[in-house]
Design a protein around this ligand. Structure first.
Ligand SMILES: [Zn+2]
Ligand SMILES: [Zn+2]
Length: 356
């Protein structure tokens, strides 16, 4: 951590970046991409309490954790649940994802996650994975948990399996005698060119299509965003990134864009990291509210949502005014257990209170 850009150098980099970003985004849009606005929705059963079947039009995001590495009781680590018809998918598994799942939907939801998409391998996005894997198994999952992510995912999963070998054997063979298939953790690495806007399809079944695309979280960190398409609607997650032309392409015209945000001024005052140069390196790998506003203005989602809010104590009063410099559309500052139900209208709500 000793050598990297100092504050002045980091600021120069950011200025250069700002100068480059606008034309890059314009270019991406021109060459682009054709992701047209989505088709009208089908009639649905939004908010259904029981697990819907194939063809059901439920398309709902639940923000499980809207925070970052700093432990905060009201903003757990980054994790979002996407329910699309019969599928329950997590984007990232940060600290406390299992607690929020239990709050949101009880044991059934905790044991009912189909697979996990990792945006990247930073610990704030992955520390909840072993908890979800093993506690979800205890809660009733009787099939393997699949994990998709960038290069390095297979190695991380292999080491988690080694780390928890005793627990798995004990619960599978001795005490609870849990179903062996539920203890399996299956990794699939998704390879995407770092440059360019190309997206890779990671899942395409029963009307749910999920694409991964590369985002810029610094040159040394493979990082992805994800685009969900279901029931004629689209929801996009930025993952961690600084302004990325490829994201603008993939999110253009989406119904919902869930985007990360970092308030530089607040982070300089409240970072867990004490080294000032390190704080500037962090800021340079994320998106400020002003930059996010520019991205929202270009992509024009029906709803823009902030999650992965850095620092955790940033409020709507800190984040919304700078975003509004360029973006006038609908905007929500996410909170843990916020629901976003996507249909003809986009309905915000709050889900779950008590663990069961
Ligand atoms: Zn992060
Ligand atoms: Zn990160």
């Amino acid at each position: 951590m000793g050598k990297g850009a100092g504050p002045n150098e980091a600021r120069r980099t950011m200025t250069a970046r700002a100068a480059l970003t606008a034309p890059l985004i314009a270019l991406a849009l021109c060459t682009g991409v054709a992701t047209a606005r989505t088709a009208p929705p089908k009639p649905g059963t939004e908010g259904a309490a029981v697990r819907p079947g194939v063809g059901d039009s439920l398309f709902r995001i639940t923000l499980l954790g809207t925070g970052n590495p700093r432990p905060a009781p009201d903003r757990f680590g980054p994790s979002s649940l996407v329910e699309a018809g019969p599928y329950r998918v997590l984007v990232d598994a940060g600290r406390g994802a299992t607690i929020r799942l239990l709050q949101a939907g009880g044991r059934d939801l905790l044991g009912g996650i189909d697979f996990v998409l990792l945006t990247h391998l930073h610990s704030d996005h992955t520390v909840g994975l072993p908890d979800l894997w093993l506690t979800g198994w205890i809660a009733g999952r009787d099939r393997p948990l699949a994990v998709y992510g960038p290069p390095g995912t297979e190695s991380m999963v292999r080491h988690l399996q080694r780390a928890y070998e005793f627990d798995v054997e004990n619960r599978r063979d001795v005490v609870e005698k849990l179903p062996p298939a539920g203890a399996e953790l299956l990794a699939t690495e998704v390879e995407i060119d770092k440059e360019g806007a190309a997206a890779r399809v990671v899942f395409d079944r029963d009307g749910l299509k999920i694409l991964a695309f590369a985002v810029d979280h610094g040159p040394e960190t493979p990082a992805y965003g994800y685009r969900f398409e279901y029931a004629g609607r689209a929801a996009v997650f930025s993952g961690d990134c600084r302004p990325t032309p490829g994201l603008v392409v993939q999110a253009h015209g989406a119904d919902v864009l869930v985007h990360e945000v970092v308030s530089p001024a607040l982070l300089r005052r409240h970072s867990l990291v004490s080294d000032e140069e390190a704080v500037e390196r962090i800021i340079a790998r994320h998106t400020s509210p002003e930059e996010a506003g520019r991205i929202f203005a270009l992509t024009r989602p029906r709803l823009a949502v902030y999650s992965h809010i850095v620092p955790s104590m940033a409020t709507a009063a800190d984040l919304v005014p700078p975003t509004r410099k360029e973006y006038k559309g609908r905007l929500a500052v996410g909170h843990d257990l916020m629901t976003i139900t996507i249909g003809k209208t986009i309905v915000l709500g709050r889900r779950g209170t008590a663990a069961r």
